[in-house]
Design a protein around this ligand. Structure first.
Ligand SMILES: NC(=O)c1ccc[n+]([C@@H]2O[C@H](COP(=O)([O-])OP(=O)(O)OC[C@H]3O[C@@H](n4cnc5c(N)ncnc54)[C@H](OP(=O)(O)O)[C@@H]3O)[C@@H](O)[C@H]2O)c1
Length: 348
């Protein structure tokens, strides 16, 4: 079947998930316009894909927190679809509302307003998060399963409260940005929307980073467990995760499948994880020369199995096959090890 999309704008394209979305589109022969705040990073992304140079162009966009509302009117010119991945993701904030919540909402609003003006846009896929699904007060027993029907009950006031941690504020940023998108969709613009709500996302990287210190938030945790001597292993906030390559594929399928329009999906592996499991996989893994000496301490860590997250509906409706955790961890750690080796040889 011919693709209904020939030219797609991807925001957050030089980030961890966005770059995989770019590759997933390019591999299907779909032309991509990659949006980034940094032309330098954009050019690095392009230079690393010489075989796709005729299918990939870069557009510079503003920061979502700029006082002047960010505009995507140039970025959306002539595209038939948009995959909006960009959103602030940091837990080292000084003002949560200014750095996380307002920019996340402003980004979604700006992209949807621009898409409404560009008549050829037929679908916008938005990367939301399990953060906008989960209810931190809901505890098992009895066992329960989160689905795409669930919404985080956090109020705006709670998420901007100065006493609130960046973790909770981030959950608010994803919820209120997604709410903004669904409200916008109610006014029936010329396109439909799909939102994806993934939990922790891990896997090899394909976006430009200067060094391992520049790893995105989720992979940085994995690398720390694989390479540092912790007194105590970090405890996973939730036991759910997805491989970045599966998530990128989910974004593209959500764009291409007509029947996905207007839906919200939780995209999650059926396996659960803990950082203890990461340590075990690395310590036992073949091909990790440092393994037992270097991996974070090998304390057994129970995996929270008291509740579930539905990843099956997305698998069925978007045609996904989830990667095993062991492969995700192994592929990423091997890659990080190579990058670390290169860093060592380039340090004077
Ligand atoms: N990683 C996870 O575990 C995870 C899980 C669930 C959902 N998500 C969601 O997935 C998306 C991508 O996350 P990621 O892990 O790929 O993170 P990432 O590598 O940090 O990428 C985030 C992207 O967002 C853009 N961005 C950040 N702050 C911005 C701002 N203030 N204004 C404009 N653009 C901004 C960055 O653009 P530049 O390239 O211009 O710097 C970057 O490309 C986010 O929406 C995040 O909430 C991530």
């Amino acid at each position: 079947m011919a693709s209904p999309h020939s030219y797609v704008l991807v925001t957050g394209a030089t980030g961890f998930i966005g770059a995989h979305v770019v590759d997933s589109l390019l591999q299907r022969g779909i032309k991509v316009r990659a949006a980034t705040r940094s032309l330098r990073k954009g050019e690095q992304l392009r230079a690393a894909r010489p075989q796709y140079s005729s299918l990939l162009d870069i557009v510079q966009v503003g920061d979502f927190s700029d006082a002047e509302a960010p505009s995507f009117s140039d970025a959306v010119k002539d595209v038939t679809g948009v995959i909006h991945v960009a959103s602030p993701l940091s837990y080292t904030t000084t003002d949560n509302e200014k750095e996380l919540i307002l920019p996340a909402i402003a980004g979604v609003r700006a992209i949807l307003e621009a898409a409404e003006q560009e008549k050829c846009v037929k679908r916008v896929v938005i990367t939301s998060s399990f953060a906008s699904v989960m209810n931190a007060d809901r505890k098992a027993p009895p066992q329960f399963t989160y689905t795409a029907e669930d919404w985080n009950p956090l109020t705006y006031e709670e998420s901007i409260d100065k006493k609130t941690s960046a973790v909770i504020a981030y959950r608010g940023s994803k919820k209120f940005a997604e709410v903004e998108a669904w409200k916008f969709a109610e006014r029936k613009p010329g396109f439909d929307i799909v939102t994806l709500c993934p939990p922790m996302t891990f896997g090899p990287i394909c976006h430009p980073i200067a060094n391992l210190a520049g790893l995105n938030e989720s992979n940085a945790n994995l690398w720390k467990v694989a390479s540092e001597d912790f007194t105590n292993l970090p405890v996973a906030r939730v036991p759910f995760w997805v491989d970045v390559r599966d998530l990128a594929n989910a974004h593209v399928e959500a764009l291409l499948r007509p029947e996905a329009g207007g839906k919200r999906f939780t995209v999650s592996s059926p396996e659960k994880f803990s950082y203890g499991l990461v340590a075990e996989i690395v310590a036992e893994g073949e091909g990790f020369p440092w393994s037992k000496e270097r991996v974070a301490n090998l304390e057994k860590q129970a995996i929270d199995d008291s509740y579930d997250l539905d990843g099956e509906t997305a698998a069925k409706e978007l045609g996904l096959k989830y990667t095993p955790f062991k492969k995700t961890v192994t592929d990423f750690v091997k890659q990080a090890l190579t990058i670390e080796g290169q860093e060592r040889t380039t340090v004077p």
